[in-house]
Design a protein around this ligand. Sequence first.
Ligand code: AMP
Ligand code: TRP
Length: 332
Amino acid sequence: MNRIFSGIQPSGNLQLGNYLGAIRNWARMQYDYECIYCVVDLHAITVPQDPRELRTATREVAAGVIAGGVDPTRCIIFNQSQVSAHAELTWIFNCVARLGWLNRMTQFKEKAGKDREGQSVGLYTYPVLQAADILAYKATDVPVGEDQKQHIELSRDIAQAFNSMFGVDFFPLPEPRIQAEAARIMSLRDGTKKMSKSDPSDYSRINMTDGPDDIALKIKRAKTDPHSLPETPEDLEERPEALNLVTIFAALSERTVEDVITEFAGKGFGEFKVALTDLAVTTLGPIGDEMQRLMTAPDEVDAILRAGAEKANAIAEPILREAQQIVGFHRL
Ligand code: AMP
Ligand code: TRP
């Protein structure tokens, strides 16, 4: 049976890329599969965090996931640090994964930049923790954006290496599930950069809590080029900002890029942006409102996280015990 697992970091503002690339797909899957969704606070501390802000961001991101349509009565929603199996299985996997595999991880290289020596060891083994997240539940499918593909592949390598190291068929090899149409939502200021909650410019992204005025202003200011919309998607290949806006329109309206282009071919970006603003406001408005409401109801969110952690633990604990048994830990 398929079991879905995915995670999201509790770091500040949720943005449109998180919604279209992750949260919306999480919600879609809940009708067909057993789904486990995790706010990954252990991952967050791989870079320095203010403890108070981390606590707030954990609730805020949980609120965004719920407001984005993930139903806590259908899915498990919890924060990672509350289920100890994640950290415990990470240690075992640290002894299975090879340095060479981690040295290939592009996210580490990007995040570390020139200062590799100055990074925490946690940032380096970040993908090992991610493998433990997934495999502590023997999850089979992992809905993520394109940027996480390499990490899911590493999880497969770790699962396979564990199985062959101990001659067992214990961990499944998880599959990344990347939603093609919104795999990479790009910055509104630079069509070659991913939209990200950590970009210093707030104009680079649409936040899930942005109201109609902010959305309108950000789309108005979004970078484009002087040409009008072309006739075919191929003509957008060399126009990253234009392609991004059309991609966002397509994703929000659940249509294909081709379909959107057919409607707007020959029109200017001024007109297109007005239509995009309307669409974004009607789609994201109710989600932002619900997220704001939940953020003023921390007890409600905490109750969901607490119940989620209990259910998650009930699944992960026996799997961890069995893994420990396979490794040869003496259980007293
Ligand atoms: P993060 O914000 O890095 O914790 O990412 C949480 C989830 O959102 C992951 O599945 C990412 O792949 C996805 N995601 C983040 N930014 C984008 C983006 N700009 N486009 C598509 N997916 C994204
Ligand atoms: N590393 C992921 C990100 O930055 C978040 C994450 C942590 C995750 N654990 C996971 C995603 C397990 C999928 C499965 O987006």
